[in-house]
Design a protein around this ligand. Sequence first.
Ligand code: F6R
Length: 635
Amino acid sequence: MSVEKMPVKMFEDDRQASAAVARRIAAVIRERASQGRTAVLGLATGHTPINVYRELIRLHQQEGLSFANVVTFNLDEYWPIRHDAMQSYHRWMNENLFNHIDIPAANVHLPSGEVAEHDVLEHCRQYDKAVRDAGGIDIQVLGVGRSGHIGFNEPGSSRDSRTRPIRLDHITRSDAASDFFGEENVPELALTMGVGTILEAREICLLAFGEHKAPVLRRAVEGDVSAQVSASFLQEHPNATIYVDEAAGGELTRMATPWLLGPCCWDDRLKAQAVIWLAKKCNKPILRLTDEDYNENGLGEIGAHGKAYEMNLSMFRRLMNTITGWPAGKPGGPRRRVLILSPHPDDDVICMAGTMIRMCLNHDVHTAYMVSGYLSVFDHNVLRYADMVKEFNRIFGLGAEQAKAVEKHIVAVETHIDKFLGSKKACDQDTPEIQEIKGLIRRAEATDAAKFCGVPAKNVHFLDMPFYNTGQVAKLPLAPRDVEVIRELLERVQPDIVFAAGDMSDPHGTHRQCLEAAMTALTQYEAAGNPKPELWLYRGAWQEWPPEQIDMAVPLSPMETHRKRMAIFRHESQKDRAMFPGPDKREFWQRAEDRNAATAKLYDKLGLPEYQAIEAFAKWPVTRSANAMGNLTAE
Ligand code: F6R
């Protein structure tokens, strides 16, 4: 049985899904070329399709895929916006695809953000006409917004809508805030192909990656067709396929509650998932679940007919065994070298300050900040620190010669800061000097916070991975140097235990790239004959592990929880309001406290001991149930 109303292909990660879509596009291009016809592609922008375009570029460069006979139509563009603006989809498409392939400029079409207001409607009509004149779209690539939009067809867009101006939904504007350095700078309007225009494509591939897309994906795939979720209109298309990674597919019934669909392939992981779900549903601690509870909720296979008692006990023990107050080993045991890999300079304390504090009591703890994080420092912080340096120099003075040299340098930097920041517009990119100063501010804060948790200053490392240093939100693909800096650190520290951020849905994809680089570095490190460290994954600031995936739960006392808050406060530049808070308006310390308290509450409700807060970790490799594995598409 399936409750999915359109075909969904689920892949282990976004790269595999993107490669499958790129292969499909290449097949259409080749097929059309063999018929002596042009292929018409409908294209999307955003974070989602980037690896599709990288793969198409690779196919062009290495496998001779030609775009000479390809015509493209993009879905949308902000309005008004200049084509060369950093956030313009014109620029984005040039930088991420068109500049790297042999497509003739005349074959490329995007709605224009430069068109004058009185010409907008005619421009949109002409856009639809151009699609028709080209013979219609052969294959359309789509992402999906958290508002459910395809293109920029926000909630309320009708089934028959055509290319037109549209007011952006507040969720969309908040998701775009980081690209524009603040939500207030995001244009209120955009031009978008309509739902009707999109549905006329002969084939549609919708991509969705990351946990943050899971709720909307479920509504689009399993819910009713509704103008509230324009992606749901794809259910009415005869040839639309959804390509997802496991994270985005996580809330589909076949992943979240597969037992409701029919017989399952039961293993420990799935049993844990089911029992926790049942306890929550019945609002009972695990040990009080009865045969009837199992039976009446579709879990007769594992719990009914007198089996509930044993099932309850084994799941209860399993969860009890995750709890430990000594995350790297008890006092008196071996002193272990621990390396915490923190993508941004504050992820370590946000996600695991309590665990850091406890491990520092009896182990040798190192922490490494993978990217500089300069992007999230406000300009006024730079001015404040520049004033401080000036005053410091005036009061404490230096030897005459030194003072002169330093003074000269400071004056130059100050002049630069005043001049640059004085005339900087909201969406301007920082100069390398300002980026450097912002990076220094975050370094000082990270060192302070790590020391506060008990990490010695000599054990604090800054990797400054190059992929991050673009001056803008969009990042470079990983390069060998990104991996090398981590591998060199592994060689120096020789850790027994490594902690890394294991999440897939950070808004800018930085955590994803950091994890990928860390995994590659660890593989190389082990291949070089070094002993394999234990690897634990914590979740970033956005969400927690699902309870069945928690392998280690570190309880925090009220005092430790308070200390954790103080450690997060050391990141002053991120306090009061972070530059990129995302749609969640709470500050990071509040999110951390709420999340750790929620895990503690969940353990309590399941009938385990009641704690103030719990930090949760999954052990690598994160095992999936055979059932979940069975959902993966092999291509
Ligand atoms: C972009 C577009 C949008 C995006 C959607 C998802 O051309 O039409 O519908 O596909 O907003 O954006 P990302 O991929 O950035 O999550």
